[in-house]
Design a protein around this ligand. Structure first.
Ligand code: ATP
Length: 429
C-alpha cells in the first residue's frame, strides 16, 4: 500500500488535499494521471452499462435535494453508525470496531457510551442559517434516480425492465475514514437503478451480480483478487431482500468494492407516500398498476480506481535493475502513447518526433518527452502505464520508420511512420 501511495504522489496520480496547509485528512485530489484514469474508468462503466445495452438510460441529478427525500428514504432515521468518544484523548471510534467498549484502544482512557451518529453532511440553503433552511449533501446518488421515476416514464415511456445509470459525488461524514482513498468523506459513486416486475426481481438480481463481477474481470482484475460475498439475512439493510458485495483483495485485506441489492418496491412506495405523487407503473398488456422492484448495483469510483491501481502494480527484475510497471488495461491507461526522440540535440529528429506526436494526439492520448536518456524515459512511462513508446532515431530520418515498444512485453517493432496510426489504433480498439 505504501508503494502505491508513494507512486501516486511521485507521478501525479493522487495528492493529499490542501497539502501546503498540512493537508485535510482523508481527503484526496486527483492529479494529471489520476484524472485521466478516473475519467477512463467512468467511461468504461458508462459504455458497458449505458451504450452497450438497450434498456438503460443515463442521468445526472443534483447533489442537493429536497430535505423530505431523506425522510422518505429512511436516511434521517436510519443512516447512522454508533460511535464512542474517548474522554481523555478525545478521539472518536466506530463502536463496532472496538474490542473493549469501555476502553480507548489508543490511550486506554475511558470511553463514552456508544451513541448514534448520523452520517449525512448538513448545511444551510440560502443566506440565513436557521433550521427551516437545513439541507443535506446527498449520501448516495440513488435517490436522484428514484425521485425522477415519474419524469422518466412521462418523457421516455420505457417498458419494464429498464434502468437509470448515474455517476456522481456523494458525501458521508464517516467516523473512521482511511486506507487512502478507500473510505473518504467525499467520494464518487457509479449506480444503476434497474426497474423490474416484482416476479422478475430475483432473476435480474442474479444477472446483475454476474454482470458486475464480470465487468471488473473484463478490465483486467485478477480473478484471484475478486470474490462475491452474499449478505446473511441479519446483515441486510432495512429495504433489501437480498444483497451481494463484490469484494477485492486490497493490500489491507478483502473489502467491498460494490454492492448489488434487490431493494424491492421500498423506495418508490416511500416516495409515493411522502410526496403524495403517483409512482406506480402501468402495464399496458395487463392493464395493471404496480410498484416495480428495483435492483441496484452500486459501486465506488475511487475504490474501483484503487483496486485497479493495486492490481496493475508490478515490480519486475530487468537485468540488474527493477522496473516498476503499471500493467493496467488499455482502456484505463491514462496515456496510450509516448513519443520519445532518441537524440534531443538533433533538430531534425525532434521535429519529426513532434510531428508524429501532433498527428497521434488527434486520435489517442499521446505525450512527448525528451527530458532524459531513453532508459529513464521508458521507466517513467512504465510507471504510469503508458501502453506504447514510439522512439524516433537517426535512422528514422532516412528510412521513415520508428521503433514501437510494448509496455508489457518490452518487445519492439519497427514500423513505417505512415502506418503508425493504423498499427496503434488496431491494438487499442
Ligand atoms: P461500507 O460498508 O464500506 O461503508 P457501504 O455498504 O455503506 O460501504 P454503500 O452504501 O453500499 O456502501 O455504497 C455503495 C458503494 O459506494 C460502496 O460499495 C463503495 O464502493 C462506495 N462507497 C461507500 N462509502 C464510501 C466511502 N466512504 N468512501 C469511498 N467509497 C464509498
Amino acid at each position: 500500500m505504501e508503494k502505491i501511495v508513494s507512486l501516486c504522489k511521485r507521478r501525479g496520480f493522487i495528492f493529499q488535499s490542501s497539502d501546503i496547509y498540512g493537508g485535510l485528512s482523508n481527503t484526496w485530489d486527483y492529479g494529471p494521471y489520476g484524472v485521466e484514469l478516473k475519467n477512463n474508468l467512468k467511461r468504461a462503466w458508462w459504455k458497458a452499462n449505458v451504450y452497450e445495452r438497450y434498456d438503460i438510460m443515463g442521468m445526472d441529478a443534483a447533489i442537493l435535494m429536497h430535505p423530505k427525500v431523506w425522510e422518505a428514504s429512511g436516511h434521517v432515521q436510519n443512516f447512522f453508525d454508533l460511535k464512542s468518544d474517548c474522554l481523555s484523548c478525545r478521539k472518536r471510534f466506530k463502536s463496532e470496531d472496538l474490542k473493549d467498549k469501555n476502553k480507548c484502544p489508543e490511550c486506554a482512557g475511558k470511553l463514552t457510551e456508544s451513541r448514534p451518529f448520523n452520517l449525512m453532511f448538513k448545511t444551510y440553503q440560502g443566506p440565513v442559517e436557521e433550521s427551516g433552511n437545513e439541507i443535506y449533501m446527498r449520501p448516495e446518488t440513488a435517490q436522484g434516480m428514484f425521485v425522477n421515476f415519474a419524469n422518466i416514464l412521462d418523457s421516455r415511456h420505457p417498458k419494464l425492465p429498464f434502468g437509470l445509470a448515474q455517476i456522481g459525488k456523494s458525501f458521508r461524514n464517516e467516523i473512521t475514514p482511511g486506507n487512502f482513498t478507500f473510505r473518504t468523506r467525499e467520494f464518487e459513486q457509479m449506480e444503476i437503478e434497474y426497474f423490474v416486475k416484482p416476479l422478475d426481481a430475483e432473476k435480474a438480481y442474479n444477472e446483475w451480480v454476474d454482470a458486475r463481477y464480470q465487468w471488473y474481470l473484463n478490465l483486467g482484475i485478477n480473478k484471484n483478487n475478486l470474490r462475491l460475498r452474499p449478505h446473511a439475512k441479519d446483515e441486510l439493510a432495512h429495504y433489501a431482500a437480498s444483497c451481494t458485495d463484490i469484494e477485492y483483495n486490497f493490500p489491507f485485506g478483502w473489502s467491498e468494492l460494490e454492492g448489488v441489492a434487490n431493494r424491492t418496491d421500498f423506495d418508490l412506495k416511500q416516495h409515493a407516500e411522502h410526496s403524495g405523487k403517483e409512482l406506480t407503473f402501468f402495464e399496458d398488456s395487463t392493464k395493471e398498476k404496480f410498484y416495480p422492484y428495483i435492483i441496484e448495483p452500486s459501486g465506488g469510483v475511487d475504490r474501483a480506481l484503487l483496486a485497479f491501481l493495486a492490481d496493475a502494480y508490478n515490480e519486475e527484475k530487468v537485468k540488474e535493475d527493477t522496473r516498476v510497471v503499471l500493467k493496467i488495461h488499455k482502456d484505463l491507461a491514462p496515456t496510450k502513447v509516448a513519443v520519445l526522440p532518441l537524440l534531443r540535440n538533433r533538430p531534425e529528429i525532434v521535429e519529426l518526433a513532434k510531428k508524429i506526436c501532433r498527428d497521434l494526439k488527434k486520435i489517442m492520448v499521446t505525450v512527448y518527452d525528451d527530458t532524459g536518456a531513453i532508459g529513464k524515459l521508458y521507466r517513467r512511462q512504465d510507471e504510469v502505464g503508458t501502453l506504447f513508446c514510439v522512439t524516433v532515431d537517426v535512422q528514422s530520418l532516412e528510412d521513415k520508420q520508428v521503433t514501437v515498444r510494448n509496455r508489457d512485453t518490452m518487445l519492439q517493432d519497427r514500423i513505417p511512420v505512415e502506418n503508425l496510426i493504423k498499427y496503434l489504433s488496431d491494438k487499442l480498439i
